[in-house]
Design a protein around this ligand. Structure first.
Ligand code: WT7
Length: 656
């Protein structure tokens, strides 16, 4: 295994970073955890005695029946938490708050791209979730059935997830930027019975026709019995086809349905959701999360990392189609009774001030976003945030990719006006919740470092042999409640991907470094996964898409540094004999990727080459391609079958 990107360069940058920032007195005064000694004490307790620690937190939530055993320990790779406990995450997100003063508190404050808005109190949310759950039942959805959700950022997305969770159906949300082909693969992999979608959504002033994308995706999927179609704009529909017998308008289905649907008493280890993510092979994997552990973990992390207070207006900008939106738009915050801001559209529509305008108008207090967006904001210029009153913000967060110290400083000074702590949170789809992070009221932060592990997380940096070292590979040495329980339908891949590098240790696939204070600096993926704008793309997945095209014989895809996106993609492809290499072919290939995966996976550059550098045994040497892309002197090429290929490629890469 080799380090991708110019990991050396990054190492130097972070080693030089000496700035430190302590939470302000004002922040500390109100923080849930305000002393570092308290964090240390709780952390040590959580590692020494995880069962007692997690039991205590779990007791803050509602259980129909208490668990017998908190965890089954290191019984790799079948992990169980809160065994034989009975609970329901939808009940805990909604019903639990109806008996408190939160009943009439806003749960979701939503604004559409054109400026329409909707506010749902916890009471309203309860009504909607109950009705939606009854609609699902009416269509015959049962405990354990898989439901695909392909919706824009509208409240119905959160409502439909909570409705599935209420009756024990397994949701699998697909980000609305994915193509028909991607939907089809996921529908078939999990054999979904039902698809929930909308007639459209606004994006940069245009209507995204989600329903027609779904129609194309499921035309040959026999498993799908019904499609629920939600009107993006109540009372008027975007044009779309309704196939009699299969497709149903939600507003018709819900007419006359009861507002009461008791939450099912589910087992802690009942599957809650599947979320597909990219790995190192061509096929995306369905990451499995279950009910009890995920609930306790997202509850605890949201509570402590975002220091949530009843009066907060929490804005997580991630789309719910990714894990960040699952854990920190829907589940974590609602479990805590938080008020969440939700926005449908693009951050630069109608102009580049939209995000700041939303913060000013709704008085957002916490902003949780991605380094990519922060870098875009920097590029757009300080005049945009300067136009707005951002003084309500008290805490900032980032997630999804390493943040460069320069972007961190800009976020701190320009958006946080020097007074808001920044939580740089490292975690993954697989971990369910935040793993390495500052606690805002007590951790001294350093720009570019995710700092220290959360409670119960035994993290370390290991070398290939599994020995603790200063620089190497990130490792998690103990199970935690929010961890994935498997890959849907593929126990072998689960074992191989995460549990076979070192015995009994979870392997996340990231390179990392630990400094003298024990702070973690995450350096990025070390496997064949590229992180483009915080979205995971498997190079193998993209390579197989290219060779599926009739004109392409071979391809190799690598990640390269990108100013805004963190990483960008470069594809090296060879055309089959008889196909002309042209601009048209390049455009066709980009459209092909859009059609097969989605626009976000289209490479920055496609480089045509007569040949690719290979070893004598025929293996493509990606390391050499990366060297070319990084402009490095070419390393050891002794194993190369035909050294001439490289010079030709290098010349081509540097040509434009
Ligand atoms: C990969 C996981 C976690 C939600 C969004 C992405 C990278 C994530 C950080 C961070 C450096 C980070 C890692 C990780 N990553 N957060 N704060 N600093 N890198 O979830 O799609 O499952 O991707 O994102 O490389 O392995 P995901």
């Amino acid at each position: 295994m080799v380090f991708v990107m110019n990991e050396k360069h990054q190492l130097e940058t972070v080693l030089d970073e000496v700035r430190e920032f302590s939470p302000s007195k004002e922040f500390r005064a109100k923080a849930t955890i305000s002393s570092f000694d308290d964090y240390r004490g709780m952390y040590e307790e959580s590692i020494k005695n995880p069962d007692a620690f997690w039991s205590k937190i779990a007791e803050e939530l509602h259980w129909f029946k208490k668990w017998d055993k908190t965890s089954n320990g290191d019984d790799k790779p079948v992990f169980k938490w809160f065994e034989n406990g009975r609970t329901n995450i939808s009940y805990n997100c909604v019903d639990r708050h109806l008996e408190s003063s939160f009943r009439n508190k806003a749960a979701i404050v939503w604004e559409g791209e054109p400026g329409d808005h909707r506010i749902l109190t916890y009471w309203d949310l309860s009504r909607e979730v109950n009705k939606f759950a009854n609609v699902l039942k009416k269509l015959g959805v049962e405990h354990g059935d898989r439901v695909i959700i392909y919706l824009p950022m509208i409240p119905d997305l959160a409502i439909s997830m909570l409705a599935c969770a209420r009756i024990g159906a397994v949701h699998s949300v697909i980000f609305a930027g994915f193509s028909s082909e991607s939907i089809k693969d996921r529908v078939l992999d999990c054999q979904a019975k039902l698809v929930i979608t909308a007639d459209g959504s606004w994006r940069r002033g245009n209507v995204l026709q989600l329903k027609s994308i779904v129609d194309k995706a499921i035309q040959n999927c026999d498993c799908v019995k019904d499609v629920i179609v939600i009107q993006r704009k109540p009372g008027s529909s975007f044009p779309c086809q309704i196939q009699a017998g299969r497709d149903h308008w939600y507003h018709r289905l819900v007419d006359g349905v009861s507002m009461n649907c008791p939450a099912e008493e589910l087992d802690s280890e009942d599957m809650l959701f599947l979320l597909y993510t990219s790995g190192t092979t061509g096929k995306p994997k369905g990451v499995v999360h279950t009910t009890g552990g995920y609930m306790v973990y997202t509850y605890a992390t949201a509570k402590y990392v975002f220091d949530l207070k009843p009066e907060d207006m929490f804005w997580c900008t991630a789309d719910i189609g990714w894990i960040t939106g699952h854990s920190y738009f829907v589940y974590g915050p609602l479990l805590n009774g938080a008020t969440c801001l939700m926005y449908e559209g693009a951050p630069d529509w109608p102009d580049r001030g939209r995000v700041w305008d939303l913060i000013e108008r709704y008085g957002a207090t916490i902003l949780y976003t991605a380094p990519t967006l922060i870098r875009a904001f920097m590029k757009w210029g300080n005049e945009w945030p300067a136009k707005y009153d951002l003084s309500t913000l008290r805490l900032l967060g980032t997630v999804g990719e390493p943040i460069n110290p320069e972007a961190w400083m800009w976020y701190h000074e320009t958006i946080g006006e020097g007074k808001c702590p920044i939580v740089d949170t490292w975690w993954q789809t697989e971990t369910g919740g935040i793993m390495i992070t500052p606690l805002p009221g007590c951790t001294v932060t350093k720009p570019g470092s995710a700092t220290l592990p959360f409670f119960g997380i035994d993290a370390d940096v290991l070398n290939e042999d599994g020995q603790s070292s200063q620089a190497g590979i990130l490792a998690i040495k103990k199970p935690w409640p929010g961890m994935l329980r498997g890959i849907y339908g593929d126990p072998q891949r689960f074992k191989e991907s995460y549990w076979s590098k070192w015995p009994d240790i979870y392997f996340p696939g990231d390179g990392a470094k630990k400094d003298a204070n024990g702070y973690f600096w995450i350096l990025g993926r070390i496997d064949d996964v590229v992180n483009v704008s915080g979205h995971r793309i498997g190079t193998a997945e993209l390579e197989s898409v290219f060779v599926e095209h009739e004109a392409i014989a071979e391809s190799a895809v690598i990640g390269v540094e990108h100013e805004i996106k963190g990483q960008g993609l470069v594809a090296f492809v060879t055309a089959k004999d008889g196909y002309e290499v042209s601009n048209d072919l390049e455009i066709e290939l980009k459209d092909w990727v859009t059609e097969k995966i989605g626009k976000f996976a289209v490479p920055e550059r496609i480089i045509f080459s007569a040949d690719l550098p290979k070893t004598r045994s025929g293996k493509i040497m990606r390391r050499l391609l990366r060297d070319i892309a990084d402009g490095k002197a070419l390393g050891n090429v002794a194993t190369l079958a035909d050294a001439g290929v490289l010079d030709a490629l290098k010349a081509k890469y540097e040509e434009d």
